[in-house]
Design a protein around this ligand. Structure first.
Ligand code: SF4
Length: 328
């Protein structure tokens, strides 16, 4: 049996990322931003996992940790059986093409001084996938077609395109590296509602056609409802619930998930649920509340929640929840 048939494509094990806060003339470390604290999940080949939560919950830091944009405080990131969080830059290089990223802002993530053809051709050349210019041209034309842009788009400049079209260029550039996993970091958040839907549909089609895995990072549960296989909900640096899409949307177990879901617009008025309005803002990741970090906003909190951190419990169905009230 091949390695890829026996291990997940990506495994994230108990990762922590704490950013030091330095103050004063001597840059003394006076505290830490606990951006990610003990996050674990895996993604299978061809699977979409959505990582959701409010702004500042650490979900983008998880994505950037996988991309090795910085070193972890602790934990492991394993790509197709190979631990990558401790590899040197040169050892990491051949693995880089396997994981690509699409960021939120299509306006700043494209070089305004490069034509679209060269933007998409760059990873093909950089990763040594092709050196024959005629074949690169063919490949760029193929990728433009895949993201539903016309062939002549290659001769134009990024500023000539709308936000949605630019995000299609970013997708083509990501696909040019022939990745197995694409991290979509709030990839549709900056787009208009109708354009959002088009880009989500495009990503879904590409995923099925090319067998891609997606880590879809979003603050918006409504966006992921129709496109993901599983959902991990993050709060203050931790995953508080992880379940299949169907389980999570039909029967949320964690009070935070219930609150997020109650804010998702429902087209059928008969299915409308009461909106759970959370009090206050997300606490600071520098000074997190004791016990369950959510207790300061949780409508169901009991005494133990203030002092004891709930363990991540795997329920009989295989889903995970971290809450004192939900152990079965
Ligand atoms: Fe709410 Fe307590 Fe559950 Fe935390 S552990 S989510 S505070 S009920």
């Amino acid at each position: 049996m091949s390695k890829s048939a026996t291990v997940p494509l990506l495994e994230v094990r108990q990762i922590q990322k704490f950013f030091p806060i330095k103050t004063g003339l001597f840059s003394r470390v006076t505290g830490h931003v606990h951006a990610v604290d003990g996050v674990s999940f895996s993604i299978e080949k061809g699977e979409t996992l959505a990582l959701v939560g409010e702004s500042g919950c650490g979900k983008s830091t998880v994505g950037r940790s996988i991309l090795r944009l910085f070193d972890l405080t602790s934990g492991e990131v394993i790509l197709d059986g190979t631990r990558i969080d401790n590899l040197s830059a040169s050892a990491l290089r051949p693995l880089r093409k396997r994981v690509q990223v699409i960021f939120q802002d299509p306006f700043s993530s494209l070089n305004p001084r490069m034509r679209v053809h060269d933007i998409i051709a760059e990873p093909i050349r950089n990763f040594g996938l092709e050196s024959d210019e005629a074949k690169i041209k063919e490949r760029v034309a193929y990728l433009l077609d895949k993201v539903r842009l016309s062939k002549d788009a290659g001769e134009r400049w990024p500023h000539e395109f709308s936000g949605g079209q630019r995000q299609r260029i970013c997708i083509a550039r990501a696909l040019a590296a022939e990745p197995e996993l694409i991290i979509c970091d709030e990839a549709v958040s900056a787009l208009d509602v109708s354009v959002k839907a088009q880009i989500v549909n495009l990503l879904q089609d590409l995923q099925k056609e090319l067998g891609l895995a997606l880590l879809f990072i979003s603050h918006d549960l409504a966006i992921v409802e129709h496109m993901t296989h599983r959902v991990a909900v993050m709060y203050l640096g931790r995953i508080v619930e992880l379940a299949t899409r169907t389980e999570l949307f039909s029967d949320p177990k964690h009070p935070y998930t219930s609150a997020l879901l109650s804010a998702v617009p429902v087209p059928d008025p008969e299915k409308k649920t009461t909106r759970i309005v959370l009090q206050g803002d997300v606490p600071s990741p520098v000074k997190r509340p004791s016990g369950c970090h959510f207790h300061t906003r949780c409508p169901e909190a009991i005494d133990i929640c203030k002092t004891e951190e709930p363990k991540q419990t795997i329920l009989p169905s295989g889903r995970m929840v971290a809450c004192h009230l939900r152990k079965v």
